[in-house]
Write a protein that binds this ligand. Structure first.
Ligand code: GGG
Length: 325
């Protein structure tokens, strides 16, 4: 039996996590769920949003499900990703049948570097009016994410691999990323193209169907995957996996969504599909496919949540998924 740490976090994380647990309880597999506390309410009570006991749960579990973080994301989700040793954040963005998508042909995956770049949080106060941020890019971390990205592309029979960067401006840091990309692609014997991040944003809006696997530095992957969410029907639809050598954490791409939190109307699709990615990671391939099919059928046939033009609650959508399992 596998142990799964569940950490709902803030805002709608509290509402979509029960949906994922309901689904995992409905399939043909047995899990032990251990819930970990994290978030603003924990910070108010204990002076830290991510207590050591929650970090330990994530470290010790076979895999972790995380809900959402808001203003305290830097103190919650970034360290949690570190606790499971994740170096890759895999974010598939697909347009699903029945969902009114801006770009219905979209089917691509971001493989985002998860440990460094500007999200490493190396910031300093020079004076009250001047702040600095140090962006570190290492050969080792670049090689790790690029090898993972090319391997992922090979395993998924990707038609195209794109390496995103801004090396024409950030010559040393992204320059190193591009240099390592050339080496790794040669070792894998795989073709790839490079894309400047800003131009890539435009191309993704204009012709998303031309892309397949996109390997990106940390911040770019976060921003471009939200852009892709806009192409396929919204942030409620994108799941993700934070993958390490021995452990992994799965979470929706969306944040805590304070504008709708507490109303029971959040779309749990991204959270449930994250649970499906977790199932695949733990070797429950058949169950992962079943969950994905149940979600896709529900998206196509209804009921739908408000973000997709319906009026179903989070619970009603989840029940419809569970009924199809
Ligand atoms: N479930 C993902 C989440 O809480 N996202 C909020 C956020 O700000 N994330 C930053 C990141 O993904 O690096």
């Amino acid at each position: 039996m596998h142990t799964i740490a569940t950490i709902p976090g803030d805002g709608i994380g509290q509402e979509v996590m029960p949906a994922a647990i309901d689904v995992l309880e409905a399939i043909d597999a047995e899990f032990e769920f251990v819930e970990g506390e994290a978030g603003e309410h924990v910070n108010d009570r204990e002076g830290t949003p991510l207590p050591e006991r929650t970090r330990e749960l994530a470290r010790d579990a076979d895999a972790t499900l995380f809900g959402a973080a808001g203003d305290l994301a830097a103190d919650i989700i970034l360290p949690l990703r570190g606790e499971v040793g994740s170096f890759a954040n895999v974010r598939p963005a697909r347009a699903y049948p029945g969902v009114d998508a801006v770009a219905p042909e979209t089917d691509l995956t971001f493989v985002r570097e998860n440990t460094q770049g500007v999200y490493a949080g190396i910031e300093a106060d020079v004076t009250a009016d001047t702040k600095t941020l140090t962006r570190v890019v290492t050969r080792e971390a670049s090689r790790k994410i690029l090898e993972y990205g090319f391997e992922y592309a090979r395993e998924h029979d990707a038609e195209r691999v794109t390496v995103a960067h801004k090396a024409n401006v950030m010559r040393k840091t992204d320059g190193l990323f591009v240099e390592v990309a050339e080496e790794v692609a040669a070792e894998y014997g795989m073709a790839y193209d490079e894309a400047l991040i800003d131009a890539l944003a435009m191309h993704l809006v204009a012709r998303p169907e031309e892309y397949d696997v996109i390997i990106t530095p940390n911040l770019a992957g976060d921003v471009l995957s939200d852009l892709a969410a806009g192409l396929v029907g919204g942030l409620g639809l994108l799941p993700s996996a934070n993958v390490g050598d021995d452990n992994a954490l799965f979470e929706p791409v969306h944040g805590s969504a304070p504008d709708i939190a507490g109303q029971g109307i959040a779309n749990p699709t991204a959270m449930i599909l994250s649970a499906s990615m977790l199932l695949e990671h733990l070797g429950y391939d058949e169950q992962a496919d079943d969950v994905e099919s149940a979600v896709l059928d529900t998206l196509e046939e209804g009921p739908r949540t408000a973000d997709l033009g319906g009026d179903a609650s989070t619970e009603a959508f989840t029940e419809a998924v569970v009924d199809r399992l």
